[in-house]
Design a protein around this ligand. Sequence first.
Ligand code: PMV
Length: 307
Amino acid sequence: MGKNTRKRCKKFRTWAPGKVMLLGEHAVVYGYSCLSFAIDKGVTVTISKEESDRITSDVADTRFTIAARETFRHYFSQHSPVSISIKSDISGFGLGSSSAVTVAIVSAMMGIHGIPWSFDTIFEIAYQAVKSVQKNASGYDVATSLYGGMIEFNGETKKVKQLPVSTFPFLVGFTGYKADTSQLVEDVSQKRKANKEAVDTIFADISRLVDNGKKALLQKDWVSLGKYMNENQQLLEHLGVSTPVLDAIIKRVKESVFGVKIAGAGGGDCIIALIKKKEKKNTIKAMEESGAKNLPMTISPKGVHLI
Ligand code: PMV
């Protein structure tokens, strides 16, 4: 669709990817860095100017949609009514549909109002919108959906470093259980209040794994990266965010992979395994026998863009 057509149609369509956390969840909420990547599955948002506001969405939770629309309006003092239509192929897995929806809407709202895109501005608005719903979010998922590819996200400065990693041997498995990220972050916060020194030591250890994991990833040193993932998993278990279901899946999958861990807040959602290519079939079998569904995906080199 050319620029002129877009203007005439007064319609903007954006696509934003979901994400997977490789290393560093929870610690990133306390200002440490994490490694995450965008996936080739995500959400498509179509926005047009209409007589009155309308939302049609196949994402059941519309809080992020409304937050994105209203935060944009407040930021730019633009209040014309819009129709927002959302199609998602990642809802309910913990693969970042909320942040992808937010990023896609803010970008499309900017487009339809003729405001040039700037990643800093999109991040600022989208992160503010996400935080209005989930106050303790680090913003790593917004950044991943925005930039695409593999990123290192600094939880304190919110700065993004794009890493030259277009692919690596991984599998993602869905536990069948949707996690409540806000609750899990709150649980960790309570645990830290009760035992600050121990929890801060865990975060510092996770941070070292992120630094070492980044080096291993860039060197394609899968043995080391797998070891760091396993160590990260142990620390997440100490934080109390794993569950018996996750533990059982991870124990079974671990037999055939370099490393395996929770891919996000814990409590359910997905696991990520760094696989041995020759063992791929066995790993998928182990996942499925232990109750996790293999979700085929690749890294998306692209973040949010017009389609
Ligand atoms: O459940 P997810 O994929 O949104 O991951 C949450 C990661 C946390 O570090 C626990 C929260 C955050 O906002 O960084």
